[in-house]
Structures are given as structure tokens and as C-alpha cells.
Design a protein around this ligand. Structure first.
Ligand SMILES: [Zn+2]
Length: 423
């Protein structure tokens, strides 16, 4: 009986949802736009675009609230909804539903009095057209459309949904990369015609007096940078209509988006270790873990680390980037920095962080230092180490440039830095 209870507890621990994050970017007083991405996990345009808002946009006037990863459990699995369609759970949801907490929490944010307008982002099937052309271009399709539930709602601001949507579509149509990508407005006439849509997030919003739209890029556009481009264009048009002033630190073009999607970034685990996300080796062994439910930080809100069986998986959106096999340690000796001699210069290096090394490094410490892949000694503190001294198969990146330097005090793990010989 005792065993059964333990099994159940483990099950519950593993079953807890990954919760979404909310980023608030506030400028001078003004209107507030809430952008919700990732309600459907197999629609990456809908969550990569808001991850760009989080990282690369600054708001000067008004506010931009971003939930980039609403259905995070489904995003990492690249499934529409692993517990069923979350966008059909806004009229009613059972307390036992696995999405219950997520739906309840996002409803509270939607109803926050500060929020003036809501966008729910998707990649829909086909290309929406007013009249039937073929199985891809037709009125039943959802792609490349701004979706409204009805023409108008009664509110002080932005209640003219149809007019706003048409304005946004018109602006988008001046910036198409291919003519057939053109945007249209799809009115689902939810109240009278669409029983399914009455269960949706936008219908919940408009029936509570909040203007709401869905933006749908197309599942038939396979190129992620192109989808992100259209989503961001649409969001920017909404911000302009709402007098929200913004600045972004990249040029809004498909090549620039592509480049940013490939750019390396880092994940910080438990405040004492870090790893690259994009070019990471597929398997990392004996990774020091000081907490079973790790605390994850990354500038990219789509990055997370999830425990699966006896290992952890590093995800970036739906990409399964690496498997980490943990070695658990106490963390009594947490350190903030360590002195390192790098190519002849002594530096105080923050823990955890990554440092560039051209020729050699030497960790100046009275603690035990373990350079993973350097095998000749038990303690590598105060030892001059060059790239050739470390076995390539221990690198944390695919190119064989980045190595783990771990600091211990007896049996306690203190922290990690990465040395990058990549020039
Ligand atoms: Zn969708």
C-alpha cells in the first residue's frame, strides 16, 4: 500500500503542467495589448512570434503584455493539445481537466481591467478566401486571416472589430512575399453560426467586453521565419492602431528573423550551471543538478528543461535539443565568482557564465576544480589548460569548442563556468 502511494505521488509530480509566463512591457501611460501565443502546440508561428516580442521589442508608450507559451506542455510535444483542444475550454472546463489551472489563470489576465485588446495567435489550415477556389483556398480554411467572432462589440474602445481587422489585413497586404499569402478577414459569426467557436478564448473575451482577434498565419507556409514575419507585422499594425509606441532592435525582414532564430542562446539551470541551447551536444552526461525540479532561466521564453524518466530534456519550443543525465549534488558552497587566468590576463568570472579562451585558461581557486574531459589529475585548480588537453567528446557543443569547468567543495557542487575555445 505504501508503495502505491509513492507511485501516485511521483505520477502527480510528473503530471504537473509547465505553466505559461507573462511578460509585461510598460511604456508611458496608454493602451494595453495582450498577445497570447501557443494555445496550439503545433502552430509555431503562433509562439515564435511572441518570443520575439519578449526578447527584441521595447515599449515607449502604452503597454504590451505577452504570454508566449500558453500551452507549453503541447508546444514541447508539437501537438495541438495533449489534453485536448485548449481553445474549446473557455466556456466550460471541468476542475479535473489538466488544462484547468492554465485556462483559469489566462482568463484572469484577459479580464484584467488594464487590458484593452487581445490577440490570440495561430497557424491555421490552408488560405482563407471568401469563395471556394479549391481544397486549400476556400471559406472553410483559416490561414492568412484576421479572425473576428462578430462585426462589433459594445465597449468604450476598439469595439469595431471588423473595421480594425480590415485595416490590419489591408496593411499586411502591402508587404507580402508571395501574392497568394494575402490576408483576409474571416468573420465566424460565432454567436449565431459557430457552436465550436463559442467555446474559444476570443469568444470568452468578447462576451466579457474585451475586444479580441485571432491572427492566423498558414500551416501551408512551411517556412517558420515567414510565419513569424507575418505575425509580427500584424501585431505591429495592432500596436499602431492602439497608439502603442515601440522599438525593436532588428530589421523586420525574413532574413533577419531567420538569423535570429539560429542565434545561439543559453539556459541557466538552478542558478549554478549553464548550457548553450542551439548548438548543444545531443547528450550531456553527469550533469551536476542541485535540485530535482530545476529552476530554469533563459532569455528565450520557449526554452525549458523537463524531467522525463531518469533524465532531463532541454527543449527550445518543439525542438528537443539535448538529454541531460543528472548527477545530484548538495549546493552548500554556492559561489558568485571565481578568478581565472585567461591567455595571460587575470579575470574575475561570474558563476555561472561562458568565457572565450584563445590559448589557455587556469582557474585560480583553493576549491576542487574539475574540467570535464581533462583526465590526468584529480583537481585541475591552478593548472594551465589548452584546448588539446581536453577530449573533444566531452564538449557541450557539437563543434567541440565549449567545455565544462566545475567547482566543488568536498562533496558539494559550487557552480560551473563554460570555456569556449571557438575564437
Ligand atoms: Zn490554432
Amino acid at each position: 500500500m505504501k508503495k502505491l502511494i509513492i507511485a501516485f505521488m511521483v505520477f502527480f509530480l510528473n503530471a504537473a503542467n509547465l505553466h505559461f509566463s507573462l511578460y509585461k512591457k510598460e511604456g508611458l501611460p496608454g493602451n494595453t495589448l495582450l498577445v497570447i501565443g501557443g494555445i496550439h502546440g503545433n502552430e509555431p508561428g503562433g509562439y515564435y512570434a511572441p518570443s520575439f516580442l519578449v526578447r527584441f521589442y521595447e515599449i515607449k508608450k502604452g503597454s504590451l503584455w505577452v504570454v508566449p507559451n500558453l500551452n507549453f506542455d503541447s508546444i514541447i510535444k508539437y501537438r495541438r493539445g495533449i489534453y485536448g483542444d485548449m481553445n474549446r475550454k473557455f466556456a466550460f472546463i471541468a476542475k479535473t481537466d489538466k488544462d484547468y489551472e492554465i485556462v483559469a489563470d489566462i482568463k484572469k489576465i484577459i479580464l484584467n481591467p488594464q487590458v484593452d485588446l487581445i490577440l490570440n495567435l495561430h497557424d491555421g489550415h490552408g488560405f482563407y478566401r471568401d469563395s471556394w477556389q479549391n481544397s486549400i483556398f476556400n471559406p472553410a480554411a483559416w490561414g492568412q486571416a484576421c479572425i473576428i467572432d462578430q462585426e462589433k462589440i459594445k465597449t468604450n474602445k476598439f469595439g469595431n472589430l471588423g473595421e480594425i481587422a480590415r485595416k490590419v489585413a489591408q496593411k499586411l497586404n502591402t508587404k507580402l512575399t508571395k501574392d497568394y499569402h494575402c490576408f483576409n478577414v474571416k468573420n465566424t459569426h460565432t454567436k449565431f453560426k459557430d457552436e465550436q467557436m463559442r467555446l474559444s478564448l476570443t469568444y470568452f473575451a468578447i462576451t466579457h467586453g474585451k475586444p479580441a482577434f485571432a491572427i492566423e498565419t498558414s500551416k501551408n507556409i512551411k517556412d517558420l521565419p515567414t510565419k513569424v514575419y507575418y505575425q509580427l507585422k500584424a501585431i505591429e499594425e495592432f500596436m499602431k492602431i492602439m497608439n502603442i509606441e515601440f522599438k525593436r532592435d532588428f530589421e523586420l525582414t525574413i532574413p533577419a528573423i531567420k538569423k535570429l532564430l539560429k542565434k545561439e542562446e543559453y539556459v541557466y539551470i538552478n542558478g549554478n550551471t549553464l548550457l548553450p541551447v542551439k548548438n548543444i551536444s545531443k547528450v550531456i552526461r553527469f550533469f551536476p543538478m542541485t535540485q530535482k525540479n530545476p529552476e530554469i532561466k533563459s532569455k528565450n521564453p520557449l526554452v525549458t528543461v523537463v524531467k522525463e524518466k531518469n533524465y532531463y530534456v532541454l527543449y527550445e519550443g518543439f525542438h528537443r535539443r539535448a538529454v541531460l543525465f543528472p548527477q545530484y549534488f548538495e549546493n552548500f558552497c554556492k559561489i558568485k565568482s571565481v578568478n581565472v587566468e585567461i591567455d595571460g590576463v587575470k579575470k574575475e568570472i561570474k558563476i555561472p557564465s561562458i568565457v572565450k579562451v584563445k590559448n589557455y585558461f587556469k582557474v585560480l581557486s583553493n576549491k576542487r576544480v574539475n574540467v570535464i574531459g581533462y583526465s590526468s589529475k584529480k583537481n585541475e585548480a591552478n593548472v594551465k589548460i589548452i584546448k588539446k588537453d581536453v577530449a573533444k567528446r566531452y564538449s557541450v557543443d557539437k563543434k567541440g569548442n565549449i567545455y565544462r569547468v566545475e567547482i566543488y567543495d568536498k562533496k558539494s557542487f559550487c557552480g560551473m563556468l563554460l570555456v569556449d575555445f571557438g575564437g
